[in-house]
Write a protein that binds this ligand. Structure first.
Ligand code: ZN
Length: 467
């Protein structure tokens, strides 16, 4: 089939006005001007998206989809206050509740043009199932917690069980849904020692060793808040108070390491090119060097950082040091939506605050939401840009109709000759008209005729938990 739109933004190359994309099964066959591709592929059926741009699907590098039910449960507050509230709120849900919550989150992703996610989840299977049902490309990092080494063997055992259950859930799900069996991408699993304030040095070391042995990727939250820095360096501050108040930690079995969170994680051997460091807000010069030299990537979550008053990650400095940085929404417990356009705008605004290091441009923000996100996860040979040979992870985005003013097409009206600024500046998730993962339409906006979806051949007809 040929997908046609006013613009095609391959990300790996300049925008193409009146562009087209040839898709064959799961794969992108060619990208270029519509006139050329029509000549090259005269027998392919055509599907036009007038007033739209075609982009690679967004890569959301940090989600907790199973927390989607917590949307709006807290307003802006300090990180430690939020953490205390979340600890209490989490106890009110059981695993089946989390499975429903994750499914809602997965559909929110599709509606928001997100085709790939990197999830950290304590249960794992809940998001594995949701990703399979929705048809999302997903890596599910299963979380492990524990500051008290007396419980380390149980923690590692639970991690292995949760990984096995996550893999099993995906496979079992593919077998029992005959109509959609095997249509979506296979999910990957990974390991996530949660954070320096919840994971002992020994447990970090064990989890990293386990990941290496199994060739699994690793994700960990590091240097998110000032309270975390204070706890690690001095054993004091708001997090230790929360632990004591919640009677989660006596403090007897854990002594502060006296180093920064990044140094702590590095000394435990948890940083490598297959590590995703989530947040990385509070870094000094040495931390930045450690991070860059390790080859680890960073998940930048500007709206979550803003909501929890954590500060702003030094994204421009990280990028200048050669660190791969992708964009993540984090969970709906600390963000309003999974809207990647809003996240890009927040990244731009956040970079203005640290403008001394160089502010980001809309092009860079869009790249972070797509190709750089894929690079951060090691998926750039598969997704993140519109290139021949990659999987057909594609979205159609309606661009705000400046064309109405001139009476011409949207392409003509974007007189900027540069649609990226208009997309990043003005679009919202509701402008997504179509989301395709591996050549399969998994979301269709109101303006897109049903025939378009049917004619793709592999329509998902059964969506829902337990189908
Ligand atoms: Zn997180």
């Amino acid at each position: 089939m040929l997908l046609l739109a006013d613009w095609v933004l391959p990300i790996s190359g300049p925008p193409i006005p009146d562009g087209a994309l040839a898709v064959s099964g799961r794969i992108i066959e060619a990208v270029g001007p519509a006139a050329q591709l029509r000549i090259r592929f005269p027998h392919k059926s055509e599907h036009a998206f007038p007033g739209c741009a075609l982009l690679p699907g967004f890569v959301n590098v940090h989600t907790h989809l199973d927390y989607s039910a917590f949307q709006g449960f807290t307003r802006s507050c300090s990180f430690s206050e939020w953490m205390a509230r979340l600890l209490l709120a989490r106890r009110r849900l059981d695993e089946n509740d989390y499975a429903v919550s994750a499914l809602w989150g997965a559909y929110e992703c599709l509606r928001s043009g997100v085709t790939s996610i990197a999830e950290t989840s304590y249960t794992g299977w809940t998001v594995g199932r949701a990703a399979r049902v929705a048809g999302l490309r997903a890596r599910v990092y299963v979380e492990v917690f524990g500051l008290d080494d007396a419980h380390l063997p149980e923690s590692m055992e639970r991690l292995q069980d949760a990984l096995a259950k996550t893999r099993h859930e995906w496979r079992a799900g593919c077998v029992d849904t005959t109509e959609t069996a095997g249509l979506g991408p296979e999910i990957e699993v990974g390991v996530s020692p949660h954070a320096p304030y919840t994971v002992s040095s020994r447990l970090y070391r064990e989890a990293a060793r386990f990941a290496r042995r199994g060739s699994l990727s690793l994700a960990t939250h590091v240097a998110e808040s000032q309270a975390e820095v204070e706890l690690l360096e001095r054993g004091s501050g708001a997090i230790s108070q929360v632990y004591k108040a919640a009677q989660l930690w006596s403090g007897r079995r854990w002594t502060p390491p006296g180093v920064s969170p990044m140094q702590y994680v590095n000394r435990a051997g948890a940083l490598s090119p297959t590590t995703l460091v989530v947040h990385a807000v509070h870094l000094d010069g040495e931390d930045l060097t450690i991070l860059a030299e390790s080859g680890a990537a960073v998940a930048h979550c500007p709206r979550s950082n803003l909501r929890l008053r954590c500060g702003t990650a030094p994204v421009s400095a990280l990028r200048a040091a050669g660190v791969r940085v992708g964009l993540g929404t984090d969970s709906l417990a600390s963000n309003d939506s999974l809207d990647m356009f809003a996240e890009m705008r927040a990244a731009l605004a956040a970079s203005q605050e640290r403008a001394a290091m160089g502010a980001l441009t809309p092009e860079v923000a869009l790249r972070m939401a797509t190709l750089d996100g894929a690079r951060a996860l090691g998926w750039d040979s598969v997704t993140g840009s519109l290139e021949a040979g990659k999987r057909a992870d594609v979205i159609a985005v309606r661009v705000p109709s400046r064309g109405d003013l001139s009476g011409g097409s949207a392409a003509a009206a974007w007189s900027v000759r540069e649609p990226t600024g208009a997309l990043v500046g003005d679009c919202v998730a509701a402008d997504i008209q179509m989301t395709m993962v591996e050549g399969l339409v998994v979301y269709r906006g109101e303006g897109v005729p049903v025939e378009v979806e049917r004619s793709f051949g592999r329509t998902r007809t059964k969506l829902g938990l337990g189908d």
